[in-house]
Design a protein around this ligand. Structure first.
Ligand code: ADP
Length: 165
């Protein structure tokens, strides 16, 4: 069975990530979307919240599973018998970092291949960072994230907003 591991912060998952999952789900028997539990990055959402948002965003894709992981991505792949790491390339600016990561991962575990997919052109400028920034300034993020994620962003940012009274 061909399985792809799609690792990331997903803080939060965007329609660009979902687009990639759709593409991968057609190419692989199973896609494992792996939410990185990396407290050093100080994410806006906890790993549990990010997993729940991912579940809601890909609920209509059958062969996707959501997991959390800590530590090296290649180690997770190796210990779970997964041969492919999936990463997204939005633009040339992503390429250098992703290429370096793929080379390092190949050095660490040569049997694991990295596969790159490009999203639909309309998502090439989309990132979780921009979504967080737009939402924090009360901008409309509905073109960029699924409804469950937009609602979660509103809830979180309302809770964090200073009391206006
Ligand atoms: P990380 O912290 O690992 O970069 P991200 O959640 O930002 O985590 O991204 C996970 C993967 O998804 C990366 O390979 C990234 O290039 C890709 N990605 C991020 N945004 C998009 C997008 N809009 N379209 C396609 N791929 C994307």
């Amino acid at each position: 069975m061909a399985v792809a591991l799609y690792p990331g912060s997903f803080d939060p998952i965007t329609r660009g990530h979902v687009d990639l999952v759709h593409r991968a789900a057609r190419l692989f028997d199973r896609v494992v979307l792996a939410v990185a539990n990396n407290p050093g990055k100080r994410p806006l959402f906890s790993v549990g919240e990010r997993m729940r948002m991912c579940e809601g965003a890909v609920t209509n894709i059958d062969n996707v599973e959501i997991v959390a992981f800590q530590g090296l991505t290649v180690e997770y792949a190796r210990t779970h018998g997964i041969d492919v790491i999936l990463r997204g390339i939005r633009a040339i600016s992503d390429f250098e970092h992703e290429f370096q990561l793929a080379g390092m991962n190949r050095h660490l575990v040569p049997s694991v291949e990295t596969v790159f997919l490009a999203p639909s052109a309309k998502y090439t400028y989309l990132s979780s960072t921009l979504v967080r920034e737009i939402a924090a300034m009360n901008g409309d993020v509905s073109d960029f994230v699924t409804g469950n994620v937009a609602a979660e962003l509103r809830r979180r940012l309302r809770a964090e907003a200073p009391d206006a009274s």
